[in-house]
Unconditional design. Sequence first.
Length: 300
Amino acid sequence: MKKKRMEGRSRYRGDGSSSSSSSKKELAAAATEIKKGPWRAEEDEVLVNHVHEHGPRDWSSLRSKGLLRRTGKSCRLRWVNKLRPNLKNGCKFSADEERIVIEMQAEFGNKWARIATFLPGRTDNDVKNFWSSRQKRLARILRAQASASSSPASASTRVRRKKKELFLPLSHDTPLVDNPSTCAANHRDDSSYSMNNDAVTDDGNLTQPHVFCPDFSNLQLGFHFGIENQGFLPSFDNPIFNPAANGGQFSMDAALFQPPGGCLSTTMEEKFIAEPCIFMEDLPNTTSDRFEHLPSPSRW
DNA sequence: AAGAGAGCCAACCGCACCATG
DNA sequence: GCATGGTGCGGTTGGCTCTCT
């Protein structure tokens, strides 16, 4: 794959070793050389003008007319992903948007263009990038989780993990279900999950498609929020906790997550680590060894 | 302050499909 | 029917930024 890519690049660049001594040829090559990399404002302007005059089509004519040294594909991509009106550029996915992506991905698979039609202002690239990041994050969690189960982190290591972190305990046998609807349905009728422990390949990648849905039913579960999070109860709007966050189908007994009094103070975070609260004491001794950390929600 | 690790995102690629001549 | 060019899509890469240690 990589080799193919490199071959393609050298082809486009026209930097083959055929040592043409003709300066004419070189000039011609330079004139037709395809430009790559980041777009400049001037190029954007040319592209926008083209669309205003001709509409979003005839991308190749930009190059054939000598207006831009970009391929038609590149021009189209630039327009669709960055220059098109009403795009939500530089704006993080809202909880609603995340929920839609997760639901649609479960329904349609990796049909990013189709999914993007449900998200005004979002492009297929946006959706794809969002999903990719999410998959990587989940794969990392599961990988860390797997290695932790074989060689538990030292207590000192765990204590060091505190600022702006969140702990999501999962055991290697934590069931994962394939889609949110399954997850929600299973919880509704209290039936058992189908096990899906081959969700992670040997190299730590997630197999497709897997929506991450831990089994909350056995309650070997705890959450640790940083001070910044203003509260202790997990937000199930967030797909990290509940990828099936689909309109509250996933009911939780909030009381189960109420920490003892001390844990709710502003120094909850420190106390949580220094003095395990009752909630934690109720858990098996090995539970803390099964905790893995996630990035702070501010980075989601 | 510096390095490492993770996340984000723009842009590239190959492939598939479609329209046109 | 076939060749060719244009377009759309999904997968992947690499650089930048941020956060943490």
